[in-house]
Design a protein around this ligand. Sequence first.
Ligand code: GAL
Ligand code: MG
Length: 973
Amino acid sequence: MDPLLALRPWQAPEVTSWGRLPMNAVDRRAGALKLDGDWRFQLLPTPHAPLADVWSSAYVPGVWTMQGTDDLPQYTNVRMPFAEFPPASPPADPTGVYEREVDVPAEWAGRRIVLQVGAAESVLLVHVDGRPVGVSKDSRLAAEFDLSAVVSPGERAVVRLTVVKWSDASHIEDQDQWWHGGITRSVLLYATDPLHLADVTVRAGRYGDLRVDCRVRDAGGALPEGWYVSGELAGHLLTQDTEFDRANAEDDRVSDFLGEARLLTTVADVRTWNAETPELYDLTVRLHRADGTVADASHHRVGFRDVEIDGRDLLVNGERVFIRGVNRHDFHPLTGRTVSYDDLRGDLALLKRFGFNAIRTSHYPNDPTLYDLADELGFYVVDEADIESHDHAHEIADDPRYLNAFVDRVARMVLRDKNHPSIIIWSLGNESDYGANHDAAAGWVRRHDPTRPLQYEGAAKLDWAATDDASDIACPMYAPIEDCVAHALSGRQTRPLIQCEYSHAMGNSNGTLADHWAAIESTPGLQGGFIWEFWDHGILQHVNDGRPVGRGGAGLYDNGVAAPGHRWAYGGDFGETIHDGAFIADGVVFPDRTPKPVMSEHREIAAPVRLECLRHEGVVVGNHQHFRGLDWLAAEWRLSLADGGTLTAPAELPDLRPGETAAVPLPFELPEDGGEAWLTLHVTTADDEPWAPRGTVVCVPQVRLRAAAPPSPPPPVRNRFVEVDGDGLLVHPLLTSAPTLSLWRAPTDNDELGGMAVNWRAWGLDALERKVVDVRRTDGRVTVAAEYAGETGVVRHTQVFTAVEGGIHIEESAELPDALTDVARVGSVFETVPGLDLMEWYGQGPWESYPDRAFGPPVGHHSVPVDELFTPYLRPQESGGRHGVRRFTLSAPDATGLTVALDEPRQVSVTRYRAEDLTSVAHHDELVPRSGCVVHLDAAHRGLGTASCGPDTSPPYLVAPGIHRWSWTLRAL
Ligand code: GAL
Ligand code: MG
């Protein structure tokens, strides 16, 4: 039997690798042969099953679960997809065998030849020409194997990669994401001189000090005489550290097989690296033979920066920076996990545009290109090791059989990524309890890289104030704002508090995000956090046969929506019996990276420029960055007048250093009349930035210059009664369904998982029975009293209709019994005739907002086609709302339509769907739009909160029982 199969490495947690080369930070991508493309492929039912004679093909890099096999993606959160306890894996264990010929270049004669498999999950076995070469686990890091002894330059070799899907390692790769099988990153073959750079470690501090440690190996055996290394930074040669050389020479532990050298320099007037101005310097390290010729070279981009913890502050270059982070998985709706340079650049550019400055690579080392781009575009990165044993966390954390794996995974991550200035913190992994295996890994990192802090949520959660665990940072997940503030004020805080996950973005969510930030910015000791998460992991799927579309599907989606006949699949959509449904769709972007409205909210919360009102005739402009002036920004003043449109004027941004403010005179004379007035600073990029073209909106901070006058209802038109039918329902030529009371919204994911929707259904709010009890016509007013009966008694609803100039004025009240402690909304719902396809409004906008997610959208005059008001969350739910609407029109292209004026700023939604349309289907593509508009005007609307995972909304955003009153005026255009 094949020795690698005989080892059964998939059931041996102690075995982390065999024949694998040590991890290092020398980038070999340039000059390598890329073995990507179609490989011969067979999917076996178990690793031991015999190979068939018939091969199909599979694309590398790629997962077979997305490439036409019957082994399809499966989504679970905590639960393992199989019943076996660690370290066992199930007997049915899909195993992919990939094979191809490789022509080894003749000019590689005499060189050291290395195969690099970028990532394979979960166990990789390598054979060349039938001979066993090596084994690797650790699915999200590369594995390298020295093939020099098994291939011959100028000849053809058959490379076979066998990938076993389930193993002991699956138990520590139990992250909340899709399960796949396959090879997810590129496969390379490269050659070096036998004398080669085995590793390079760069340390560069904010005062310009640079230290480069080079490790040299000679595959031939003995180290030749006279070798040396040189380093060149931006044209300047580094000096060799002779002290270091002498110490090495005297140290008999340095064997013949190993050479080490240290290069030093100090850069005067160094331009430091930080996320706002990510300055990089090019470094080339060369290994020379005795005659001076170059045997090997390694290129690096160096960022000079310091990270340190001072008390309870995390400092970058001495500054207490705010961490405006997001958790990001390597995800793609067509490939599963394989991401290209363009994909990654797209992700990071988008994050920059929406004010993010930090990424946690939840929950494993990401594609190497991510870190290059984070260095270049400017992100603070928490680099996380590929360890999550969620389902069996407690057993595994102290299980000595997994000790190697813990240390190996953490160490390999650090060895690969240590030279990236963007990485400011190492993370030991996620949701794996806390045990001796963590402390072992922590010990390794603290010794190997004392320049960065270490974090691990599972350790720090036991006591945020502890000082002796495996975490230098208190990094809780989903902690309530009050708890964070209380800890910071307790006097017990010992370390920075930066939430590793907060504000769960499932469906229509992220309520109270601005409240988090108000607390963070005003409380010393709080420094930010990482939103959960970037992606909605919807896989593009054919609706007819339920198969993933796969690599060829580009163009089959747009603006967050799958093309007809397709949908974004979530848990259960591939016929899985064990799955966790739509919990996989919890990102701030759709599966095609279309930003959700919360992204705009975040952009405003993170605004680098802020405005405040001065008491007299002016405003204060502030620079809220840590390192940068305002010279990279351009701006324009906009004055939005409730009754006078929008005026614009050029804005000159003051010359402000970080943290400074300046008073500037008002750019406009306020007209005497004209009601409410809002001043906005429309801030854009002044030049092309690497992440956004010139003119991209950066933020739109706003202050109110004048409040609205108290509303006075329009005068009645004498002797005319508004028409209502026998049920007391308004009769109006523009309405196909009269305004009735609504206490219900299609439950959001937060409403469902947080338990609110259960109550609402139990109370009967989704199907209230309306009964008219009285219709009275007095003084030109029609008063309709109705009762809405649910399971907790009756809600009394009154509508008073008055004919006014050009339309109808409607005053409403609803009295909720005390038992209705927490409802979704109190308001009116009606439907319009078809054809009114444009909504124009004065209020907050233009993007979707809710009472607890309404910090960002400025008050102004907005205009959006009705079909674009709705946000297509993967699982249909309440969506499309606009907060703070004062008045709006719905019009047809010929300018006919209706207008509604509200008594005060209200929550309004105009969509094509009734709440029951949204609740009756499970996917967006199943929705059937109505031809008219469904309009909700809410006297009160519940906040969104984040209760699908984490705190619900705060009390001020709840809808209380008792009497609610609202009024509005409806006119034809
Ligand atoms: C966290 C976990 C994440 C994800 C999230 C819920 O507990 O670390 O991986 O499961 O909850 O979406
Ligand atoms: Mg988990």
